[in-house]
Design a protein around this ligand. Structure first.
Ligand code: NCD
Length: 306
């Protein structure tokens, strides 16, 4: 088995075989990610980071992944310290970073930015989130978390909750869960439903998802509540955000006695109560850690065949 992708732009570019390959490789990376073993596989390699939007977990776990394998990292975590403030465009910036690095990781506010960059540089490009588009590496770590906790993905029942309109994590995740035959429920306020084109694509692939705005409809049925933040920064109208924020709040009293876990890509605002953090329900910090072995596996697979 090997990995065939040159770039990681959309989860739709992955086959189920590609996904399973990364998940399997990530298992072997866990002891290195936990600092129980060392690795030199990325010696002399450099990863270029271009972050036009804020990030904590995605950026730091990519950096950790590279450094745990003895590689180096360059780039910017915000545009303020780069020549972007002098008016340098995305294409020129990407071309330059690609001259210095062996692969690029890019997060941008515009949908399609990562694909655009992958068309103009000669090194592998990884999409770390493009506007309300896709976030494929988050999906890989979400799937890894599910497999790690349940021992399987096929046949699980998952509710995706919150901002399904602007949330790029759930856009990518819904395609992937569809490939694994997961029974999905989409729980959102009517204004934040899953975009029609994604519903259409899922239907074409014979994936059925139940839609509701009532969280109570799913609580007794699912194995996983995958909760998301309402994406304030994507709302064209701040008043609409004010009306919708706080739509769902999950706390211990709501799910007490239910046989499920709570996942969240983080950051959270108020949709998951801290009273779940130290309970067997709250899996989001463990989930965030799995970003390291999964991104190690991905970098290793991309760079060893390049
Ligand atoms: C998410 C993102 O940036 O899309 N965060 C992440 O990468 N873990 C989710 C969010 O910002 O709500």
């Amino acid at each position: 088995m090997s990995f065939s992708l040159k770039n990681v732009i959309s989860i739709k570019d992955f086959s189920k075989k590609d996904i399973n390959y990364i998940l399997k490789e990530a298992e072997g990376m866990e002891p290195i990610a936990r600092s129980q073993k060392t690795s030199q596989v990325m010696t002399g390699r450099i990863l270029g980071m271009m972050f036009y939007e804020p990030s904590t977990r995605t950026r730091l776990s990519f950096e950790t992944a590279m450094k745990r394998m003895s590689g180096g990292v360059i780039g910017f975590a915000e545009t303020g310290a780069s020549s972007v403030t002098k008016g340098e465009n995305l294409a020129d910036t990407a071309r330059m970073v690609a001259e210095y690095a062996d692969a690029l990781v890019i997060r941008h506010n515009l949908e399609g930015a990562a694909r655009y960059v992958s068309d103009i540089v000669n090194v592998p490009v990884i999409n770390a989130g493009d506007g309300a588009g896709q976030h494929p590496t988050q999906t890989l770590l979400d799937l890894y978390t599910m497999r790690r906790i349940f021992g399987k993905i096929d046949g699980l029942k998952v509710a995706l909750i919150g901002d399904l309109k602007y949330g790029r994590t759930v856009h990518s995740l819904s395609y992937a869960l569809g490939m694994f035959g997961v029974k999905m429920s989409f729980v959102s306020p009517p204004e934040l439903r899953m975009p029609p084109e994604i519903l259409h694509d899922l239907k074409q692939n014979k994936v059925v998802a139940q839609e509701t705005n009532n969280l109570q409809d799913v609580l007794d049925e699912v194995d996983i509540l995958y909760v998301t933040r309402i994406q304030k920064e994507r709302f064209p109208d701040p008043e609409e955000y004010s009306r919708i924020k706080g739509a769902y709040q999950i706390d211990a009293s709501l799910i007490k006695g239910k046989d499920l876990i709570v996942m969240h890509p983080l950051p959270r605002v108020d949709e998951v109560s801290p009273d779940l953090d130290d309970t067997p329900y709250g899996k989001y910090f463990e989930q965030a850690f799995y970003g390291v072995p999964v991104r190690m596996a991905l970098l290793n697979s991309l760079l060893s065949s390049f």
